[in-house]
Design a protein around this ligand. Structure first.
Ligand SMILES: Cc1cc2nc3c(=O)[nH]c(=O)nc-3n(C[C@H](O)[C@H](O)[C@H](O)COP(=O)(O)O)c2cc1C
Length: 359
């Protein structure tokens, strides 16, 4: 049975509690004594029911096998994504390499809550997106003969100094798969022209299905990047303009539930609003894919935080968003596709606090 979105939302108004424990006097005693009753909350129910067991293996194996052996499945997955075809695409400049030593970036990364209320340039956005979640390689999928993948190559947009011979057989990947040449056409035209290329991204994804999407809330814009809501199209390394809104930052409290004493999101340059397009992974992994999608969004977010650090920007992951507010703002239904994580990125003020204590 399919439950529609309003029925689901009504569950809450009917007093449905997502966690069974209320914060009364016994709560912390139970917590301290680890005195929990098994199966009494959603976390346990979910985790127990999505453990990989022989029974689950039996159920999931056929779908997993089909995904890895039948190219048609991989082909469909490569093509499945929200359809914003027709919305204007702003092409981003070629991403630049990041020069900061990796160990320094790791050491210096902190959640930085002070942001200057200024915009970033398209070049900075290009660097951020490419190193966080850009397309860094391709694989050919033969969609016609059902024989599976023809493995190929990696290409890199931002390492001009390096030799590109990454293949085992040593042929130059770039010569065959130029970043732009492969993907430089609209989603409407994509299907027929280049049906056999699957993209690989800067972060890991279970089964290479990439069910996490990246929307951009540009809070403080600039001449080449006006405030508004955008959608990142990795194959084009471009952003689709979904809605231009010079007052987007004023919607802060509709979108986030965060005390401005701790962080003022309206001072960010851009917030990445990561969504899970659940069904793209559900078909292969069943409800267990929910775990994978959360993990994957973490990989993407970590890339973003490290890239921001390498670019001397402030960045912080934020779970304090309002689900319905963000979903409604993005125009997604909150069920088949829903916001799962946000990362705010901004210019550092001249004098910054390194970090503030946990909220
Ligand atoms: C999943 C997740 C959600 C978070 N959500 C928030 C948040 O809503 N508000 C906030 O101020 N910090 C948030 N943070 C940042 C943490 O408070 C911060 O990572 C932690 O204090 C460790 O500090 P560090 O990141 O500077 O090393 C979040 C971190 C993670 C991993």
């Amino acid at each position: 049975m399919r439950i529609n979105i309003n029925q689901l939302r009504n569950l809450k108004s009917q007093g449905y509690e997502p966690t069974s424990s209320t914060l009364d006097d016994t709560y912390f005693d139970e917590y301290q004594n680890k005195d929990f009753e098994a199966g009494e909350n959603l976390l346990e129910l979910f985790h127990e029911n999505t453990k990989y067991t022989d029974a689950m293996d039996f159920k999931l194996e056929p779908s997993a096998v089909r995904f890895t052996t039948e190219s048609g499945f991989a082909f469909m997955q490569a093509k499945l994504r929200p359809d914003y075809a027709g919305a204007e695409v702003i092409e981003l400049p070629e991403p630049e390499p990041l020069d900061e030593p990796f160990h320094k970036v790791i050491e210096n990364r902190r959640s930085r809550r002070q942001m200057a209320g200024e915009g970033i340039s398209l070049q900075e956005l290009s660097n951020l997106l490419y190193h966080s979640c850009g397309v860094t390689g391709h694989k050919h999928v033969d969609a016609l003969d059902g024989a599976g993948y023809e493995e190929e190559e990696t290409d890199h947009g931002a390492d001009d100094d390096h030799d590109h011979d990454h293949d085992a057989d040593g042929h130059d990947a770039d010569a065959d798969h130029d970043h732009d040449a492969d993907a430089d056409h609209d989603a409407d035209e994509e299907d027929d022209e280049d049906p056999v290329t699957q993209s690989f991204r800067a972060y890991a994804s279970a089964g290479g299905l990439y069910p996490v999407e990246n929307y951009l809330l540009v809070m403080n814009g600039g001449p080449d990047l006006p405030c508004g809501t955008y959608y990142y199209v990795p194959e084009k390394h471009g952003i689709r303009v979904l809605d231009l809104d010079p007052d987007l930052a004023d919607k802060r409290d509709e979108l986030f539930s965060l005390s401005t004493e701790i962080i003022d999101v309206s001072d960010a340059s851009v917030v990445f609003a990561l969504t899970g397009a659940f069904w793209r992974a559900m078909a292969k992994y069943g409800p267990r894919c929910y775990r994978y999608i959360m993990q994957e969004s973490g990989h993407l977010a970590q890339n973003t935080l490290l890239t921001a650090e390498a670019m001397n920007l402030a960045a912080i992951p934020l779970a304090g968003f309002k689900d319905h507010g963000v979903n409604d703002h993005l125009g997604i239904d909150g069920i088949n596709e829903a916001v799962i994580y946000t990362v705010a990125i901004g210019k550092r003020p001249l004098i910054t606090e390194q970090s503030t204590p946990d909220p």
